[in-house]
Design a protein. Structure first.
Length: 138
């Protein structure tokens, strides 16, 4: 697995600086930032799946963070919380599948509202996650 991870990291660096991604982003398409090797074979002849939905990217936290402006960063968090509450809460209440992913310099954390069985709910009650711990991992 280690050689595959190394290859994937090299490809990510290559794709990050590739002119193809600049052209895709200029057309409003998401950049290609990785690849996946799979031994499952070919898709059936004539198969056409729906294109994946482009995730909504909110980057209001980036500029204050990069400037080291703690006050503006906190204000950006407040605005982001308000925006997500108005967008995601109604979807969760309707029973829609919702995924929230926070990305940092080192890692990403994702949360999903599906698959919340009794064991999952008990675990969340008994071992709540500290927001500061999540931010430290990003």
């Amino acid at each position: 697995a280690r050689p595959l991870r190394r290859l994937q990291q090299e490809m990510q660096m290559l794709l990050y600086t590739h002119p193809l991604n600049d052209a895709r982003e200029a057309r409003g398409r998401p950049g290609i930032n990785s690849f996946w090797l799979s031994g499952t074979g070919r898709l059936p002849e004539g198969w056409h799946g729906d294109p994946p939905e482009r995730p909504e990217t909110l980057d209001a936290l980036s500029a204050p963070y990069l400037r080291g402006d703690g006050h503006d960063w906190i204000e950006a968090w407040k605005a982001l919380d308000a925006q997500l509450a108005t967008q995601l809460l109604p979807a969760v209440q309707r029973g829609d599948d919702v995924t929230l992913t926070l990305c940092g310099e080192r890692a990403c954390q994702s949360w999903h509202n599906r698959g919340t069985g009794l064991l999952t709910r008990w675990t969340r009650l008994l071992r709540p996650v500290r927001p500061a711990a999540v931010l430290e991992q990003l």
